[in-house]
Design a protein. Structure first.
Length: 351
């Protein structure tokens, strides 16, 4: 990893741009201190750190108050309305040239924003992306995506971009690995939608019609804490995530139509939703037989089911990702099985 001294020539230029950092916080008194430490100690230090306390009932507010002497920190409070409302409140309040998000139980490497800012300004891009690490109680696992090119013209080949980087086996569709041009987000009108799961991925996909260029940097600068009590691990036990994904899929389909955006990749996106349902449900300890029941109930009569039946994009998707012919055929079987005979999905290798 590069050090700050290697960027001394751009230090003055970096100070000309403010980065708005939006941090929603709900009952994270145990974690938010470390999070704020790593944000406020960034080597790109011209920051507007917007913490939105979403009606916490623990000592979250007290911990945040310990950092209020830093003039860069802005503190907002709202009645408990969920992370979606908190992030949207942060977007409305943001005044920086660039904008990013941090989850309040995670933490950053010190050069994250300097590296992202350097990349996005050098390439005049709309979005800059870095990699991340999964932080477990006993280990840290780097999770580097398939994104290898430095500069990607998304507008020139949005389907190829989606297949290779958004629907690949190791996608990086998170909001917290990205630095966005604030003007693009404000003008797009894109805001977070409350679907209980996957709202960050949906946010990025809603932005696709507005993104022309995206730049990627090497290295994992974001540390993603793996908590067994976090939303991503528990939501599958509370709701029918198949129904959630189907509803989200319909919303995105309508959004693209409204924006006049042609998205040939939607059948592959439908496949990735099926893949995610099995991934998260299996993590939650759900048997495949029960997952299939959720799919039958949640997909019936939805646009997602209709798109799963269309396997015409699979060969192109497989070719871009270097999948074998056998894997491409397996994906086709999985997609059509979800439509025709979902019981065939029981025990299937869906990845």
């Amino acid at each position: 990893m590069k050090t700050i001294t290697e960027y001394s020539s751009i230090a003055a230029y970096s100070m000309n741009n403010t980065i708005s950092v939006i941090i929603p916080a709900y009952n994270v008194g145990r974690y938010i201190g470390k999070c704020l430490d790593t944000v406020l100690l960034q080597t790109h230090d011209k920051l507007e750190v917007i913490v939105v306390n979403d009606g916490s009932t623990d000592n979250t507010a007290d911990v945040i108050s310990e950092f209020m002497s830093d003039a860069r920190l802005r503190y907002l409070e709202q009645k408990n309305s969920g992370v979606t409302a908190a992030r949207n409140a942060g977007i409305s309040a943001a005044t920086g040239d660039y904008l990013t998000f941090v989850d309040s139980d995670d933490y950053l490497e010190r050069n994250m924003y300097l590296e992202l800012h350097k990349a996005i300004t050098e390439h005049n891009a709309d979005v800059a992306v870095c990699n991340y690490s999964l932080v477990f109680e006993d280990r840290v696992e780097p999770r580097y995506s398939n994104m290898h090119e430095t500069f990607i013209n998304v507008a020139d080949d949005v389907n190829g971009y989606f297949y290779k980087y958004c629907a690949c086996p190791k996608p990086n569709n998170y909001i917290w690995t990205r630095l966005y041009r604030t003007e693009m987000i404000k003008k797009s009108g894109v805001r977070f939608q409350d679907f209980k799961l996957g709202d960050d991925t949906l946010f990025n996909f809603m932005l696709l019609p507005f993104i022309k260029q995206l730049v990627n940097i090497d290295g994992g600068y974001y540390n993603y804490l793996q908590r067994t009590d976090s939303n991503v691990y528990t939501v599958a036990k509370k709701v029918n995530i198949a129904a959630v994904y189907a509803s989200m899929f319909s919303f995105l389909t309508d959004w693209y139509i409204e924006k006049g955006f042609k998205a040939e990749f939607m059948p592959i996106y439908a496949y990735t939703r099926l893949r995610s349902i099995f991934f998260y449900s299996r993590i939650a300890g759900m048997a495949d037989e029960n997952i299939v029941e959720l799919i039958d109930e949640g997909f019936t009569g939805t646009a997602l089911l209709e798109h799963l039946y269309d396997t015409s994009q699979v060969d192109g998707y497989a070719g871009i990702n270097g999948f074998s012919t056998e894997k491409a055929e397996a994906i086709k079987r999985i997609m059509t099985s979800a439509v025709k005979n979902s019981k065939e999905l029981i025990g299937a290798q869906i990845e």
